[in-house]
Design a binder for this molecule. Sequence first.
Ligand code: MSP
Length: 532
Amino acid sequence: MTDSSNKTSTVVSEKKFYITTPIFYANAELHLGHTYTLVLSDILARYHRSIGDKTFFLTGSDEHGDKIVRAAQKVYMGPQAFVNNNVAKMQELIKELGIANDFFIRTSDQEHHWHGAEKLWHELEKAGDIYKGLYKGLYCVGCEAFITEKELVDGKCPLHDTNPEHIEEENYFFKLSKYGPEIKRLLLSGEFKITPQSRVNEIVSLISGSNGESGLGDVSISRPERAIPCGIPVPNDPTQLMYVWCDALSNYISALGYGTDNEENFRTFWPADVQVLGKDILRFHALLWPAFLLSAKIPLSRELLVHGFVTSDGKKMSKSIGNVLSPEEFISEYGRDALRYYLAREVSPVEDWDLTRKKFKEVYNANLANGLGNLVSRTLKMAEQYFGGVVTGDATRAPSIKTKMSAVGAFGDIAGMNIPYIIINDILPRYHKHMSANEINKGADVIWELISHLDQFITDYEPFKLVKTDRDKTEAIIWGLLFGLREVAQMLVPIMPDTAQRISLLVGASDVNVDEIVFNSKAPVEPLFMRK
Ligand code: MSP
């Protein structure tokens, strides 16, 4: 059974796609938790580029506030020298992970960031949403947030396990309470989307309040300059600095030139299509950020994609708890694509997950050294040994899978179908469906389904025996396998870009009608993934 239509995994699109990560506190080195945010976002950005979307991917560093100043003091450094040092390390890691961001925004960057933050402030002021008042209450430096008695557990911030500080100071306040009903409406109508849906309920109930108490109060959006010596001065009142979250959230538009004399990127890319963040900072992104945007009459981001925590020994991986695993360790032992694979496929994008070195090794050996690596080297060795690497064929005459195999996708069973048909009619549509819904783990599962179909195809035909009696049929089988590997490589582009390129080069597909590709392949000199 065949389909001779000339489709490939490349879909041409005219759309724009703007994706952001939160900006990372420049107070310490990034660990695997932050790495997850980065890799998830990079995979989505690369996916959208691969289907032709005009893509802008932003990441950056959060360099102001108490947290930074205190961390710098601990090592006897000035705040700017301290953050420069940490940001250099951050950027080094970003490079090592193969993150292809289009821009890196720093909140200390006056040229690129401050104008946007100032313009946003002006807009909030213009809307009549800023007023001066006295803040009396608690502050958690770890969260860089005001916290209420109600939120404490045994008198401590539950996230940081530290005692909050009592603060009494004159601040500017923002009328957050005014925007609760509109945010709720947009969330319930789906115009402002949060994935997973359970997070929508969480925010809606915060807005609605409980036990007769109304949900949202107004919030302080500045701190006196004498209390925190680093930040963006409030326009027309240098005795106050912008509250670090107010400063930080504006990065998503300042990085696009908002507030500068070149707002072209802002016009092209805003609103953000997906803003990726961890669940600890959901409230800032689902309440404060949309309220700022509504006040400034800027459209809201389309979707917040909220992931869970990477835990280690059951606790959130965090520097302050001291249970961090470093991404560098995994990169040097297994390679960056192996780490990207793990984060893409072995992890749920919306729930907490635990990482252990033992589990990583098991998964690496099973799915990369054995699964993918083994299939690539077996196929390419046969192609080289039997046909000198040059394999011609035709999709309409490619042999079909023989064994009854239940497939997850469109077909209950793929026996009787050939590889190109299965790829075009089942594998690719499901891969694109998941990847465009941000379900990168399910997208990766589809790739590994194809890998197991290809393994089954070898088991069904035993080309290593058949070659002795029927060279033509063997060539048709190897052609089917190479066709499959070519698609595996294309689908892997966003997830494992180096491996995708290596496989494509080894497979050596000619650039003609996909149904009649000629392969000029080479066997790998060493395995793609060494067994550990
Ligand atoms: N600077 C703020 C964000 C400002 S955005 C306007 C911040 N920075 S952070 O460095 O603490 O966190 C950055 C991202 O890393 C967040 O999405 C956070 O959820 C994520 N992670 C930090 N530790 C994490 C885990 N252990 N697991 C998964 N992600 C977590 O918050």
